[in-house]
Design a protein around this ligand. Sequence first.
Ligand SMILES: [Zn+2]
Length: 863
Amino acid sequence: MFRAPERPGSARFSLVLPPPNVTGVLTLGHMLGDTVMDVLSRHRRMRGEATLWVPAVDHAGLATQVEVRRRLQREGTAFDALPRELALDALERWKAEHERRIREQIRAGGFSVDWTRYRYTMDEASARATREVFVSLFRAGLVYRGERMVNWDPRLRTAVSDLEVVRTEEEADLLFVRYPWADGTPDGMVVATVRPETIFGDVAVAVHPEDERYRNAVGREVTVPMTGRRVPVIADPSVDPAFGAGALKITPRHDLLDREIALRHPELATPQEIFDESARLTGEWVPSEFRGLDRDAARAKTTQSLDEEGRLVRRTRYRHAVARSERSDAVIEPRLSTQWFVRMAPLASPVIEAVRRGEIRIHPERWTHTFFRWIEEIQDWCVSRQVIWGHAIPVHYCRSCGEATASVDPPTECAACHGHDLVADPDVLDTWFTSWLWPFAALGWPERTSDLERYYPTSVLVTGRDIMFFWVARMMMAGYRFMGDRPFSDVYFTGMMRDESGHRMSKHLGNSPDPLTVIQERGADALRFALVFPNPTDEDSSFGAATLDGGRNFLTKLWNLVRFSTVHFPPGTPPPAGSPTLSASSALENRWILERYQRTAAEVAAALSGFEPSRAATALHSFVWHDLADRYVEIAKEALFGHRGEPLQRETQATLLFVLERTLRHLHPFVPHVTEELWHAIPHEGPLLASAAWPDAAEVAPDPMAEVEMGPVLEAVRLLRNLRAEAPTAPPRSARAWIRPSGPEVARVLSAERATVARLSQVGELAFLNDSAPPPAGAAGRVSPTGEYFLERPAGSGGGSAALERERELLSGLLAKTLARLADSGFRARAPPEVVREAEAKASELKERIDRIDQRVREEAAP
Ligand SMILES: [Zn+2]
């Protein structure tokens, strides 16, 4: 069913599934995105468009290695001590396990991906694409190897990108340390630092050139405490004179600003590395008693040492931003390190222009601003990682001349000196270096496959906005660079899922239920519907048992509706070929439901083409629940059971069948399993609903008068039912009712539909009053724009103040309960907005009824 045609026609729809990480299994957040994608895909497929949805999983390099490392640690094995082959085995096992579970989850959700085109970001074709891209960028001078300040994670012993770093405010000791004059004169320079352990790496003390306090200091030398090394005092305009005492120690290998200052002062000594890969003190500049200490121990020991040497002038508490690695929580060590970088600015500019031109549209549009803010200030991308799980960097170094040779296939000789003594780069590429190629790599690039020719550019990308920069923006860059075209025309950002207490669901927190469990308990369709209704899919929303109840209740309603209807489609009933032909003399309810259907169909079509699946689901929910099941079927029962003659029975059966069959088609993309099952229970044409054509709203001729005429009928039923509900003792079914219509048009419609109004509002006899008739004695009344409505009060209920009192007590009890529920903040946080609104409506209705009783008691007490 879901296999994309090899030779599509001109109408096509394609998308890639954002490859889920094999780090874990899918969460409800994934299910939300997958449901949105499936709704769009099934809709387009039913519209006859050649639809390709490519599934895949992502090897998630560093992230997976961290998970496997953690698992082995729990089992008592040190990952770092394992031989490479065994470590890779452990990683492969992890991948196989999680890949199986993820595929099972995608199937269980009923997502219509094309499994024949399943891909993995580390399969042979992906490896080839990754190498091609690296080499191409290398040749164009867009990747370079350089000594740059990187975010070093000393726990995982790898560089991580800016996006993988979390900054938080933390408190630390700010030490004021005296660096004595090297020539032995008293005093010296006082430097403020929170990192005394980096003192060993200092190459200078810097002050602002216009700082009067240090006018005579610049050019002199100080001694670095604990080392005896002499370093100069220099002037640099980037020093902030207001921080500490206005003098800054310069450690170029461990601070970005220090590094920039040092580059402006070539006279300074070449700094030596003072930390090893695990951020333990090391190297010639570090006195032997400090070597091997990690940063915490080093900080304690250097502080103590400075104190003992009398270098510590004072200390204060200080709040500052600390960068931690998202993967390991280790404090990031800014480190001057040799890594591979991608020059991003030249890749970003075509993307900025394309989004400006509207060539790629972002939904919801509000995220466009965030997108521009980031991409316009884009930094170079560090793409090398010091892990083993990933694509090797396709570079070899020459032992003879030192040059780097980049090549797709392993090189046989050095590109510079043609020497043969080559050694491979030991690092792997950042996972995103493969993911950013996905819209074309998933279609077979660099081969000119037929899929690539036919299905690129893809139509839409659906993903969470948390990876807007990691992934979405980079895919756009790669698309323009390597395909000369946008990777997709639309980007749709889903909201973030929160649990019932408002916390964001994440694998990390473990607060997302396993979708497989939810599906086993509630069914895939209940889950899918609850994900798109009632909360909009592009907003953050909380999700819990109550949300699932909403999905399940809707499906039950639909199921019951079809079960009731099938009785009226006797064997041999032909499938509906088109809209029943109705005339002005047809039953009003039939004209009305066709008009309501037609409007709903138009709304759904508009919502789906505008990437608003929740708006479409809301329109369908309201139509099925309120119009079709609650109103139409109730009104049409008389005709369906033949009480209004055979021609009307036939017309009503045909109308019901048509509307039901078309509605199931409309609902199919949202709830494919239940609708498929129900569709087979009614007369239909074709093998599967999944391959049935999407109905065109224009199939039904608009009949706006039907809705205008039905208005007063529904209004009359509502008001008479309210009068009945408000009566202190329930009026019998034979109770009389009167209507004084507000005008001749209302009068005409209501008298034509008199039987329907009487039946649905459960009154025995319905009479019309003219303008001059007095209100019926002893009847309760209501006024509305369509007229005045009266309902006979049961005999004896009039003077029953005891009965009124009992009623009032009952209602007050209910009101107190409802108000207590509403006052509970937990209820408001957990319940879907619809349920809260319902409770609010109930409370105000109860209040109104109590007021009315009070009014009646006063009236009856009056003389
Ligand atoms: Zn060479």
